[in-house]
Each structure stands twice: as C-alpha cells, then as structure tokens.
Design a protein. Sequence first.
Length: 243
Amino acid sequence: MSTRGLRMMCASAVVLAIISFSGCVLQQGISMTRNRSGWATTDLYVYDFFLTVLEDFEPFSPEERTTSIMDASIDDFVGQLHETPSATNVASAKIGGNGYFIDFTFSSLEDLLKDLNRREPQSIVRVTQSKTDTTLSIFLDINNYPQLARMIPFLADPNFETFGPLYNEGMSEEEYLDMISYILGEEGPPAIDDSVISLRLTTPSPIKSFSGGVKESPNSIRFDIPLIDFLLLSDPITFSATW
C-alpha cells in the first residue's frame, strides 16, 4: 500500500473515532428513579467538517458499504442495545444529515453496563446506596479502559485502537495533536479541542453533594469531558453526585 493510501485509511479511522465518541457535540442524558432504574437519551451532532472528511475517505474502506460509516456505527450500537436484557424501549432516529438521537430505558444502570461488558463486572460506574443517600460515581482510567472497549466494540477495532489511550500512553497533548495535524490537516487539532462529551444526570431527589461537575438545577448536574482527555487518559476521569 502506498504512503498516501495508508494515511487516508488512518485518517478515516481517526475521524470515525472522533465523531463516534465526541460527535463533536455529544449530549448524553441519564435520568435515575428511586429504584435505580431509569432512561437514557443521546443527542449527537456531527460537524460538516467531519462528514466531509468521512465522505472523502470512505472509498478507501476495505469493505463495500451500503450505508455511511457514521450511520453504520450508530446502527451497530443500537442493535447492541436491542440485544441487551436490561435495555428496553430502544428507539433511534437520524435528524437531518448531521444529527442522531437514541433513547431507551434501563432496569438498572449497573446491570446495563454489566450486560454491555459481556456479563463481566465493571468498575467504571458505581451506584451505591445507604439508608438516606444514593451516590453515582464515575471512574475511568487506563486500567479499566478495556472494560469500556468491551461495552463499545468500536473502541476495540484495530483501526481505532492505535489512536486510543492504550496505544498512546505517555504521549503529551501537544504530541498527539501534532500527529492528528499530520493525518487530518490543520482543521484536525482545533476540531478535537472544540469537542466534548457531555453527561447530564437527573436525579429523583435534590443533589446533596457532587464533584467534578456543574450543578444546573436542584436535581440536575452536568459532567463535561474534553475529547483530548478521553483520547489520552493521562489522568483518570472522575465524577460523582449524591442525592
């Protein structure tokens, strides 16, 4: 394969990674009930820049596609939810050419993540309960990242793995963005800098304490994760809320 062809294949993988997990603008909502069940909604908007690059590189995909790379990635995840015992009422929709919406209910957030983790224990999200309080805590680092890769199979795809935290452990942000600039051009690094994963948690009673987030109302808190922090995992990503 020529150097140009290799760079185009790498660029396709990087762009898909960026839009799949930041979407450039990704808002993930989780609403909890008192019995620890609830529902989740995902609003994903993909910038025109990323869609254009995907279209440019799609002919270099090793497999012939009948749908776009972005559509296939969303369809795969929705299909996985349909097969997950703890997820019900799964619905999805494409909004225009740039937006995606996913909605489903879950019987238990921890059971949902365990199901997605092939029925293996996971340590990324914990929901603990005392006599008076319930606490949801999130902890993601380089050690439990493989659990997330099992929950979201795309992360384990060989084309993405080389751009994720396991393959770039110890790389500085500047070094990583230099690599992205080489592959995607000058628009790549600013697009990553502007990308964020936003998690909004709605609780069944007022939030008593929290860490790492922004309280938006008595029963709502938002946790923001810059995409570059996720791609490098130089430091653990941690959040918590107690209600």
